[in-house]
Design a protein around this ligand. Structure first.
Ligand code: SAM
Length: 288
């Protein structure tokens, strides 16, 4: 919410983050959420959905490089990719750096997000016009439920688990993601902050580790996200994201390197504590 010319994002009832707003470039209530594009003094053009910062021109590359390159380089030959959400275009921009990628399906629920980002965040949205992108406006929940053995990598670049994205953080969805993947497939979803969203990370890990043989969280830092420390959850049918002999980027990156990739999986004890295997889950692996 804006107070005067400050954007205020409530992290907890007693902790808020505030950014000085230079200009409100766009604002509308869409069928799914309240959408704003703001010019922030210190972070530039910023997409805000339901009062939560989604992406800023200043630090978006960190999130987008880490959600895309970690799973796509962990997979030996990713050709077919699905992105759920990601309406700002930053994730598909990074996906198309990978020379093996033949086709990407991107399913974004809110047309208004795509249009606003095309108009106000062109550096991020440039990936939305790629000739090998199949851009679908629709609910990722339904799309993934109708897919079988189709993708090498699925990236869930969703907003937080409220509103349209609520269903993207539960067992039924992760089981459908598993079924939509080819035998050697991987998926990654964003799971917010290890400081403020511990139960979410614990719950997502318990579910994903009950479905995928390999389930591993990894960390990065996104200055405009809650607490700055951001967690992703990776589920893999076969390939370990720390396996030797992984390819390295042949294009320039600003955050991702093979060393940053490996370090991202080195969890501090307080985060490792969140993902201790749930007792008695082993027997329930790999449904269907
Ligand atoms: N990086 C951001 C983050 O971590 O908070 C996410 C950015 S991206 C803009 C999030 C997108 O997910 C939004 O555009 C939102 O409309 C979309 N989204 C939310 N629920 C969805 C659903 N069920 N299916 C497809 N897209 C969805």
């Amino acid at each position: 919410m804006n107070q005067g010319n400050w954007l205020t994002e409530e992290q907890t009832p007693s902790y808020r983050t505030q950014w000085r707003v230079k200009q409100v470039l766009h604002e509308e209530q869409t069928p799914f959420q309240h959408l704003q594009v703001l010019e922030l003094e210190d972070f530039g053009r910023t997409l805000v959905l339901d009062g939560a910062v989604q992406t800023t021109a200043t630090d978006e590359y960190i999130y987008h490089e880490m959600i895309a390159h970690v799973p796509l380089l962990a997979h030996p030959n990713p050709e077919r990719v699905l992105v759920i959400g990601g309406g700002d275009g930053g994730t598909v921009r990074e996906v198309f750096h990978h020379p093996t990628v033949r086709k990407v399906d991107m399913v974004e629920i809110d047309q208004a997000v795509i249009e606003a980002c095309r108009r106000y965040l062109p550096e991020t949205a440039c990936g939305l016009d790629h000739p090998r992108l199949n851009l679908v406006v629709g609910d990722g929940l339904n799309w993934v439920a109708e897919r079988r053995d189709e993708y090498d990598v699925v990236l869930v670049d969703s907003s937080d688990p409220t509103g349209p994205a609520e269903g993207l953080f539960n067992q039924a969805f992760y089981q459908n993601v598993y079924r939509s993947l080819k035998p050697g497939g991987l998926f990654v979803c964003q799971t917010l902050s290890p400081f403020f969203h511990q139960s979410l990370i614990r719950d997502v890990y318990q579910v994903v580790s009950g479905i995928f043989p390999i389930a591993m969280p990894y960390l990065t830092v996104v200055p405009t996200y809650p607490s700055g420390l951001h967690c992703f959850m990776l589920g893999s049918k076969r390939h370990n994201p720390l396996r030797p002999g992984m390819k390295t980027p042949t294009w320039p990156t600003r955050w991702y390197t093979p060393e940053v990739h490996r370090a991202a999986f080195q969890l501090p004890p307080v985060v490792a504590e969140l993902v201790r295997p749930a007792k008695g889950m082993e027997s329930e692996k790999r449904p269907g």
